[in-house]
Design a protein around this ligand. Structure first.
Ligand SMILES: Nc1ncnc2c1ncn2[C@@H]1O[C@H](COP(=O)(O)OP(=O)(O)OP(=O)(O)O)[C@@H](O)[C@H]1O
Ligand SMILES: [Mg+2]
Length: 436
């Protein structure tokens, strides 16, 4: 549940690990600051002002007379920053019921004035930009008090919050910058592994980043070299052995040709022919693996080509391609794979249906036929080299049993997967899935 809301990328996650405690700390700090400090400060300031106004009123009551009043108000202006004057005979305006809800400041001031003044009063914190107006009802009129808003307001609060937000933004930017540099080598490694898995060529990448990332990258480089060496060793050996065997085989063939015709000789000749086909298969396989570089191939055109040549050999093929599909492939190898699959279907079935289309991040290719199919428990076995269902080595029903093995090899070399299944046509379905 929580996982869905967490960022997916490493950058996002590491930033969250850095930023979450920071924000949490700030929120807690700000909360405490508001609760304790700002609250207290505001209350003190409000009480100060309320007290001063009360003192002014008390002084005026104690020392009546115009001259006294002038002196008191003068003192207030000079030393308390309170501008006050008496409107003789005036009455407080009625309380405005529609007045906007009190802010915390209004509330506090209201509370403190009520506590100290014990006279009807009105507060107006909205009408002036930088000043607050308080009117107090006295017996002889209304005392209007105007004082700077600053006196009631601790501006450090905003400065504090601004600093907090500003500093965390700067920290966040710096963290993003550094983390991005840390994440980049990992992303490069992932991309290289992905390309290598798809059989594409991987440019040697420089080791960079944190120690662990470097270790992973150098392990990947070593692994890649080893795999490439293994592949080339295997194909070299395969082609070497096939090539070397061809010479003695040719000699045997010549010697057989000189022998008299009899059934035994014919049998041996058939076996030798089989061996020759096998060796051709090996050589073709080895050639296909070696050297061919992946390039952008129009899969649709390639499929039409394969289907076309199969049709010329008499196959009934229904080809359906969803749009043009272009992707990097080893063209010859991939064509051999398709040809192998189509040849199998041609050998065992009447009708063949080939479908190709894009599914999310892969290309899916299915080859269906209406032949006898392969029993479910044999579908993995037939991928093994030389494994054939029909053990009679009958030329009509099969070759040497390499076709599917080679096909799987080629598809895996492209980072894809091939599997066999039941076909809706009644026979076998071969499904190829390639990463796109
Ligand atoms: N479309 C199919 N329908 C029924 N059986 C199949 C089909 N494709 C393959 N098979 C069975 O799987 C076995 C292995 O196929 P594979 O292509 O590997 O070898 P092969 O066709 O016998 O020989 P090769 O392809 O090397 O000439 C075949 O011998 C056949 O019995
Ligand atoms: Mg085959």
């Amino acid at each position: 549940m929580i996982k869905r809301f967490l960022p997916q990328t490493l950058l996002g996650r590491s930033l969250m690990i850095i930023v979450m405690p920071l924000v949490l700390l700030q929120v807690i700090a700000t909360y405490i600051f508001y609760e304790r400090h700002w609250d207290t400060i505001t209350r003190r300031l409000a009480r100060d002002l309320a007290g001063e106004i009360t003192v002014i009123i008390h002084l005026m009551e104690r020392h009546p007379g115009e001259e006294e009043e002038k002196w008191i108000l003068d003192q207030a202006l000079t030393f308390l920053e309170i501008r006050a004057f008496l409107k003789e005979g005036a009455v407080l305006p009625p309380e405005d019921a529609a007045a906007p809800a009190f802010s915390f400041l209004d509330d506090t001031l209201h509370h403190e004035l009520e506590l100290l003044l014990r006279r009807p009063f009105r507060i107006d914190t909205q009408s002036y930009d930088r000043e607050v107006e308080i009117q107090v009802q006295l017996p002889e009129g209304v005392l209007k008090v105007i004082t700077p808003r600053k006196r009631l307001f601790s501006s450090t609060t905003y400065i504090f919050i601004m600093w907090m937000v500003g500093i965390s933004l700067i920290l966040f930017a710096i963290a993003t910058l550094f983390m991005r540099n840390q994440v980049r080598p990992i992303r490069r490694l992932a991309m290289a592994a992905d390309r290598f898995g798809r059989g594409l060529d991987v440019p040697d990448f420089k080791l960079a980043g944190a120690l662990e990332v470097r270790q992973a990258a150098s392990a990947f480089n070593l692994m890649r070299e080893r795999i490439q060496r293994q592949i080339s060793q295997r194909t070299d050996m395969l082609s070497g052995v096939s090539h070397d065997l061809k010479t003695p085989l040719t000699r045997i063939k010549l010697q057989l040709a000189m022998l008299k015709d009899n059934p035994d000789v014919a049998n041996i000749q058939a076996d030798v022919a089989d061996m020759e086909t096998m060796l051709e298969g090996y050589l073709a396989f080895a050639r296909g693996e070696g050297g061919e570089e992946p390039a952008d191939v129009n899969l649709s055109a390639l499929l039409r080509e394969v289907a076309g040549s199969a049709r010329r050999e008499g196959a009934a093929i229904d080809l359906h391609i969803e749009g043009e599909i272009v992707l990097p492939l080893r063209r010859d190898a991939f064509k051999r794979c398709l040809t192998n699959l189509v040849a199998n279907s041609m050998r065992h079935a009447e009708h063949i249906a080939i479908r190709a289309g894009r599914r999310e991040d892969s290309v899916v290719l299915t080859i269906d036929d209406d032949g006898p199919g392969i029993p479910a428990d044999q579908r993995e076995e037939v991928f093994r080299p030389f494994y054939r269902l029909d053990t009679s080595r009958n030329r009509e029903t099969g070759g040497i049993g390499l076709g599917l093995a080679i096909s799987r090899d080629i598809i895996r070399g492209h980072g894809g997967e091939i599997a066999l299944d039941d076909s809706p046509l009644g026979g076998l379905r071969a499904q190829i899935r390639l990463p796109f």
